[in-house]
Design a binder for this molecule. Structure first.
Ligand SMILES: *Cc1c(COP(=O)(O)O)cnc(C)c1O
Length: 382
């Protein structure tokens, strides 16, 4: 991250409060190599040429904001995040638009959630406008990496971690804010298939007063064993219950859940309410709006495993799906639980699940109108 005047320039963008965003001259991978990656990007395996990095020091605030070559970070072995997990992240996507521009989806919502997460982990928040500037600058610099194949995207991963070299237990005095980008293929390249889920009765994801409503790295570390248990039970994903009564359905892995009651135009949706232990998903929020626009009633409330099971048995619950940025919508086909397994609907993706999925993908890829201004065009550097 050293800088010589010869190979860097200010971008004309300001990160925050008089901190310019410096753009280094980054080595570019040859177009043939890039094309080979974009032909089959998968998820989270390949990264673009650049990354954004800014540093925070107590007393100085955010400093040294730059686009630099994607490369390993240098961390002191005593860096606080490695020991005490002061670490949060975001996930959003950039979409190639039919007019040749590139847009991200509701990045303001990610910026706000990121700042809220920082406060919860006693970290200095990245100003929301600075977050947007960093994401825009990276997407703009690596525009060539935004794939244009069907349902392909550029996945963006902003994150913040404590890097102060100090083993004392207190909020660190130094942080990095980093944004990396990874081309992503269609989530279901061979058609949408429902997942099988395993109800976690041994482990919990989040307890009242904990960190369940922020995207902190530690939540994910604590979830991996239950996910392994789900795989061992022959399932794809873990479903979390509330920590206190182990009665209410909360989330599926890193995705929010919706239940469809009834069918046709009168079908209603229920999604678990945000009690503080659920992550407030931006996809969840968008789908509540879209479903209401399509004429469906959407209720945010607690939903028990028993209501799910009985509803599936008597035909009231016709569909179940999970939603999040990475997969948009994933149908849930079957449930494995100690208290008895059950199949949702006929085990195929439900009609409302698929309709909502198509609609949201159409908005994101610019194929239909965007009445809420959810798409944010990434402006070229001036
Ligand atoms: C990120 C995440 C979601 C989905 O949020 P989106 O903003 O829709 O991507 C849901 N649950 C958990 C636990 C998450 O970390």
């Amino acid at each position: 991250m050293t800088d010589t005047l010869a190979d860097s320039r200010t971008s004309g963008r300001v990160f925050t409060d008089g901190v310019p965003l410096v753009v280094e001259d980054v080595p570019r991978r040859p177009a043939v190599d890039r094309a080979a990656v974009l032909a089959d990007p998968g998820f989270g395996r390949h990264f673009t040429d650049s990354m954004f990095v800014a540093r925070y020091r107590a007393g100085e605030g955010w400093v040294d904001a730059r686009l630099t070559a994607y490369a390993p970070l240098q961390l002191d072995p005593s860096a606080a995040a490695l020991h005490y997990a002061q670490s949060i992240f975001e996930g959003l996507k950039a979409y190639a638009q039919p007019d040749g521009s590139v847009a991200t989806f509701r990045p303001e919502a990610n910026a706000a959630r990121f700042a809220r997460g920082a406060r919860r982990l006693a970290m200095p928040p990245v100003p929301e406008q600075a977050f947007l500037t960093a994401v825009d600058a990276l997407v703009d610099a690596d525009r060539d990496w935004v794939p244009t194949g069907p349902d392909q995207t550029l996945y963006l991963r902003p994150y913040q971690l404590a890097v102060e070299p100090f083993l004392g237990v207190r909020p660190a005095h130094e942080y990095l804010f980093v944004v990396i980008a990874s081309p992503a293929g269609a989530y279901f390249p061979r058609g949408v298939h429902p997942v099988s889920v395993y109800l976690s009765e041994d482990y919990i994801r989040a307890a009242p007063g904990g960190t369940g409503d922020v995207k902190c790295a530690g939540n994910y570390a604590a979830s991996l064993l239950a996910q392994e248990q789900a795989i061992a039970a022959g399932c794809d994903q873990v479903v979390w219950l509330d920590a206190v009564e182990k009665k209410y359905v909360e989330e599926m892995g890193g995705m929010n859940l919706f239940f469809v009651l009834g069918s046709g135009d009168d079908a209603e949706l229920v999604t678990p309410e945000l009690t503080g232990t659920l992550l407030p998903g931006i996809t969840r929020d968008s789908l509540i709006t879209v479903a209401r626009e399509l004429g469906h009633t959407v209720t945010e409330r607690k939903f028990t495993v028993e209501e799910w099971r009985a509803g599936v048995a008597d035909g009231t619950v016709t569909e179940t799906f999970a939603c999040g940025t990475a997969a948009v919508i994933t149908p849930v086909g079957s449930v494995t639980a100690r208290t008895g397994d059950f199949v949702v609907g006929n085990g195929e993706p439900g009609p409302l699940t698929m309709r909502l999925r198509e609609h949201l993908l159409d908005v994101q890829h610019g194929r239909v109108a965007d009445p809420h201004g959810w798409l944010h065009r990434v402006a070229p550097a001036s």
